[in-house]
Design a protein around this ligand. Structure first.
Ligand SMILES: C[S@@+](CC[C@H](N)C(=O)[O-])C[C@H]1O[C@@H](n2cnc3c(N)ncnc32)[C@H](O)[C@@H]1O
Length: 358
């Protein structure tokens, strides 16, 4: 099986290079409005944003920043198929503007934007990030009433385009082979994610260093990898219109899906080439980690005195449900850069084989 991955250097407010109804899944994390690291970028997209910040009008700046994101959401509506899913990772911002501290509720504004475009909101995920510092508390220390709650979570907002789910032909291999294990379902479809800093993140760490990760606000590999496994089948195409360092494409490669991306900053895109040689080993580790975790689950379930009714077709392991039998993980065997269609496009072709048993 072969997948293709294309990245456009450009502005996602216009995704003209991507056809209507050609994408099954969007997984992305935009620049968060009212987080200072993105002020310059938003001001470049609309100079009125800089003026609003300078004049101390935080609410006007927040609205104008979201107006820029709205243009990207409009493009997503165009390129997604009916029943396609959009997964938007976003956090709220706290900020003092003109002496006044408040929260800017990005998640609520994004939810409103998608709903007003006719998307159906689906139950979302709260991604709880690890708390590690006592110095994080804001406000007046131990005296009431002017201290503030510290934000230590982000959202993964989920939307379906149109009122109906996607259909597949009965028994479609590309869907059944993309099944996930029962215990993965229990963890992934829980509404609070706490353990995302797991092994897959360490595996995805080789992206040119912490500096790049900080500058790009990259998310851990496990976030897009889970979402891709949850909401797409083999053969589907995943789009990230705020591509950054390409974590979504990396996850799509590991998961055996096609991908598309669009990113304003060419240096981020160029750096992806450095990660390419590691992708076959990364994809194998991701698959093997899943199998190892499943075998640990099998042992603990047996220790608890519970049995299994089914055997997986392709792996030497029992599974809880009939639907899991067809699971077939893939690994990247080889990957090569495609000739750029023009100077602003990067592309890769990956050859996938079933994950080896050992
Ligand atoms: C939060 S970062 C995404 C990080 C990415 N998820 C990763 O793991 O590396 C947002 C990215 O969107 C890019 N960006 C912002 N506005 C854009 C636009 N209008 N078109 C294309 N890219 C944009 C920024 O340059 C930045 O790299």
């Amino acid at each position: 099986m072969e997948t293709t991955h294309r990245v456009f250097v450009g502005d996602s407010r216009d995704l003209a290079a991507i056809d209507d109804a050609s994408v099954e899944l969007v997984v992305t994390s935009p620049p968060y409005p009212m987080i200072e690291m993105w002020d310059e970028l938003f001001t470049a997209l609309d100079p009125a944003i800089g003026d609003a910040l300078e004049s101390g009008d935080g609410r006007a700046a927040f609205d104008a920043m979201h107006a820029q994101l709205d243009r990207v959401w409009a493009e997503l509506e165009r390129v997604l198929v009916d029943g396609g899913i959009a997964c938007i990772n976003v956090g709220d911002a706290t900020r003092t503007v003109d002496g006044s501290f408040r929260v800017y509720p990005n998640h609520a504004r994004v939810l409103e934007a998608f709903e007003s475009r006719g998307f159906d909101p689906l139950p979302d995920v709260l991604w709880r990030k690890p708390a590690n510092s006592a110095a994080k508390f804001m406000g007046s220390g131990m005296i009431p009433p002017n201290a503030y709650v510290t934000l230590e979570h982000e959202y993964v907002l989920l939307f379906r385009k149109g009122g109906e789910s996607r259909g597949f032909e009965p028994g479609a291999d590309r869907r059944y082979e993309a099944a996930y294990f029962w215990e993965e379902r229990n963890r992934w479809f829980s509404d609070v994610w706490t353990e995302v800093q797991g092994e897959l993140q360490a595996l995805g760490g080789g992206n040119g260093g912490e500096d790049l990760r900080d500058r790009s606000a990259a998310y851990p590999l496990e976030i897009p990898y889970r979402l891709i496994c949850m909401y797409s089948a083999y053969g589907d195409t995943v789009l990230d219109p705020f591509w950054g360092t390409g974590t979504t494409t990396l996850a799509a490669m590991c998961a055996g899906r096609h991908s598309l991306g669009s990113e304003l900053e060419e240096p981020f895109v160029e750096l992806f080439d450095d990660r390419v040689p590691d992708i076959p080993a990364l994809s194998r580790s991701v698959g093997r980690t899943r199998l190892e975790r499943h075998r640990e689950f099998v042992s603990s379930r047996r220790e608890a005195g519970k049995g299994f009714e089914y055997e997986a077709d392709y792996y030497d392991t029992p599974v809880v449900t009939k639907m899991e039998r067809g699971i077939r993980l893939r690994e990247v065997e080889a990957i090569e850069a495609l000739e750029a269609a023009d100077g602003d496009e990067y592309g890769y072709r990956a050859d996938h084989v079933p994950l080896s048993r050992e």
